[in-house]
Structures are given as structure tokens and as C-alpha cells.
Ligand binder design. Structure first.
Ligand SMILES: [Zn+2]
Length: 399
């Protein structure tokens, strides 16, 4: 089945001011014309502006981001696994309804990301395209038990990777290579968990199995190891130095800066930080914005990911927070290119290309105003299309 959409403009790597007539042919974009098709009886729908479905390269679907107050948060994943998988599935579907069409999970200790992916693959329901690593791999007595499982020796780590590949449909490997940022002291807690050589061994082992490696990493010492190990996806990288950014660029390493979790700590009183710590959080964000701005201008591959599941960072709404933070460093059109085509190219999910082009999946959302001019449009599409099908339509009554 084919139909046409008459639009005032669309975004595909950059804004394309219209008018255009875009043919949706089955699940793909058929044609894009600058003049009305003269086809008898062709159904033509009017739509203001089209943006490809957005994407998030760093989420933990198993964690609820609420409440903000750490004293009131329950241990993530503490319910029966079926209930947890159902709740995680609902989070992903909620994001799709807001125009997010691809989510990459960054790991959980209970296999909930694997259960969610299994359910999505065997179901007729609508889901964002979804990639998973199973559990992240951390070292014993080190940070990471909320993200994955612990393994000590390199041979244990390689065996776990082999097992994940053999038994589960994983898309990449996730390691926890450092601790987390101490907001008050502006340092990373704990020494790095992996040396550069060890990370290089993980990358070689994963490469032989056809997989890339993502690494939780902050602090100059840990970042150094991630550069030495040629990790493909460097996650967070708070406190990265200029020379380190340049070496990451030269090696083609992707960098997902994940502003949203730190931003939510900085702006919400419920998180419970005192004045001095709040100032420290502001400084961390300012420095990170500066690093991203300079890195992007020098050619670093920046991706858009949220660390959703962190307090106050939802899958969906958290991405709009992340994109607003990125927009403090970069022009909005560049931010949207990152959150669509760049994320897609880096992650390589066959169902998600982040583009509106002939032959690409007809997966986009329709907005009443151009989101590349008005960031407030993000999260408020009037309709969401996935693979040629209108799966959400928000009438005035819903708004
Ligand atoms: Zn994470």
C-alpha cells in the first residue's frame, strides 16, 4: 500500500525546507518530490514537518528513574522478572510514542534487557529498534553491580563473552572500566578497573566474534586506558583532556557524553545536594559542555545517549533533556543530526537509519512546528510513523 504526505519540510541530516510530497510505499520511503504527484485517486495526507524517529545510545531500561530522592528509591529489578520486563517494555513503548525509534541498552545484572528484546522480537506490538549487551562486565569489589556481573580474570571475562554470544542475541559488549564521578570532589571514585592492555584484549576477543565494545568510563586515567585499548564506544568520559579527545578522534572512537543524569542532579532540590555540591555539579556540566563543543569542532564523533534509568532520566523525556544539554555546545541542527543519522551510523541497527530518504524505513514523527527551529517541539509530535504505519496520533483532545 502506498500513500503520499504533503509536508512543509523535513529533516534528514539537515533541514530540507519544502514543500515536498513524500511517498510512503509499504514500510519504506518510496519517492520524495518537489511537486504534487499527478496520480489519479492518490491519497495525500497533509503534515507540517517530518523528523526521523530519534535515538538514545545509552539507556538502562530495567531501572525506574523515580523517585529522585535517593532515600526513597527501591533497589532496581527487585520485583519478579516478568513484572520487571513488562515495566521495562512499557518504558520503551512510551518513548516510541514520543518519537524515539531506537534505544541501545547499556546493561543490567538480571538479564532484563535480554528478556525485553526476546519479547519485542516475538511480538506484534510496536517497539523502538533495540540493541542489548546482556550484563555489563565489572571487576569484583568495584563499581558496576547495578549494571552487570563481576568477573576477575581475563579468561573469565572472555568465557562470559563467549557464553553471551552463544546463548543470547546480544548486539555488543559492555564493560565498566572505571568508577563513577564524585560530584563533591569532581573526581572519579576508585582506580580504573581495566588496564589499557586488558581493554585491548576485550576488544580483540569481541572483534573476533563480530562485536564492538562500549565502556563506562570517566576520569583521565581511565580514559587513557580506553584510548590505549581502542574501545569503540566511550561512554561518559567526564574530565577528558584535550589531547585525549584528539586521540579519540584520530582512532575514530565514538563518545557519548551523557549530560542528563548530572543535569538532573544539578537542577532538582529533591536530589539533596548542598550549596557547595550544587556549585560543583554546575562546574562539571560547564566543563563537559566546553569539552563537547571543542571536541565536536575538532571532529570527535559525538553520540546522543542519556543514561536513562538514572534518577530523573526517563527513556524518552530524558533524551529531550540530553539534547537540550548538547544544544548548549552545538547548533540545534547538529544535535538533531547526532540524535538521528550519526547515532544510527555508529550503532548499525538494520531497522533504524535515522534518515528520511528514498528506500529508507518510513519511520518518522510529524510536528506542527519545525523541531530544528524550536527545540520545544521534541517530545510533542502530532503523529508517529514506524515502518510506514501510523502508530500514534495525538488529537487536540489528548493534548
Ligand atoms: Zn549507564
Amino acid at each position: 500500500m502506498s500513500f503520499w504526505i504533503h509536508t512543509e519540510g523535513y529533516f534528514s541530516e539537515r533541514p530540507h525546507p519544502g514543500p515536498f510530497w513524500i511517498e510512503v510505499d509499504g514500510d519504506k520511503i518510496g519517492e520524495i518530490r518537489t511537486e504534487a504527484p499527478s496520480i489519479d485517486g492518490a491519497e495525500i495526507a497533509k503534515a507540517a514537518f517530518l523528523l526521523p524517529l530519534l535515538s538514545d545510545t545509552h539507556a538502562h531500561v530495567y531501572m525506574s528513574p523515580w523517585p529522585l530522592n535517593p532515600d526513597n528509591r527501591s533497589k532496581p529489578g527487585s520485583g519478579p522478572i516478568e513484572d520487571e520486563a513488562r515495566a521495562a517494555t512499557a518504558r520503551l513503548q512510551g518513548a516510541l510514542a514520543k518519537g524515539v525509534g531506537f534505544v541501545r541498552d547499556m546493561g543490567d545484572p538480571l538479564g532484563i534487557n535480554l528478556a525485553v528484546k526476546r519479547h519485542a522480537l516475538g511480538s506484534a506490538e510496536h517497539f523502538p529498534a533495540y540493541q542489548v549487551p546482556g550484563p555489563a562486565i565489572h571487576r569484583p569489589k568495584k563499581y558496576g553491580r547495578f549494571l552487570g556481573v563481576k568477573r576477575e580474570t581475563m579468561s573469565e571475562i572472555h568465557s562470559l563473552i563467549d557464553e553471551l554470544v552463544e546463548l543470547y542475541s546480544i548486539d555488543f559488549i559492555k564493560v565498566v572500566s572505571t568508577g563513577i564521578v564524585d560530584f563533591a570532589t569532581r573526581q572519579v571514585k576508585q582506580a580504573p578497573q581495566y588496564t589499557g592492555q586488558e581493554l585491548g584484549e576485550v576488544v580483540s576477543h569481541a572483534t573476533a566474534l563480530g562485536l564492538k565494545v562500549a565502556s563506562h568510563c570517566s576520569g583521565q586515567e581511565g580514559i587513557e586506558n580506553n584510548i590505549e585499548g581502542s574501545i569503540q564506544f566511550v561512554e561518559h568520559a567526564y574530565f577528558v583532556r584535550q589531547d585525549q579527545r584528539r586521540r579519540m578522534r584520530d582512532q575514530g572512537q565514538c563518545w557519548t557524553p551523557t549530560f542528563a543524569p548530572v543535569y538532573q542532579q544539578a537542577v532538582n532540590a529533591d536530589c539533596g545536594w548542598d550549596h557547595a555540591c550544587k556549585q560543583s555539579l554546575d562546574a562539571i556540566l560547564r566543563d563537559h559542555n566546553e569539552a563537547v563543543q571543542q571536541g565536536y569542532s575538532e571532529g570527535n564523533k559525538i553520540l546522543a545517549g542519556t543514561d536513562a534509568g538514572s534518577p530523573g532520566v526517563d527513556i524518552g523525556d530524558g533524551l529531550f533533556i540530553e539534547l537540550r544539554c548538547l544544544a548548549k555546545s552545538l547548533p540545534l541542527v547538529d544535535v538533531l543530526k547526532i540524535a538521528t543519522a550519526s547515532n544510527a551510523d555508529a550503532c548499525g541497527h538494520p531497522q533504524y537509519t535515522g534518515r528520511i530518504e528514498t528506500g529508507h524505513p518510513a519511520s518518522f514523527a510529524i510536528y506542527s512546528k519545525a523541531p530544528w527551529l524550536e527545540i520545544s517541539q521534541l517530545g510533542n509530535p502530532s503523529q508517529v510513523y514506524q515502518h510506514g504505519e501510523c502508530i500514534h496520533s495525538f488529537t487536540l483532545k489528548d493534548a
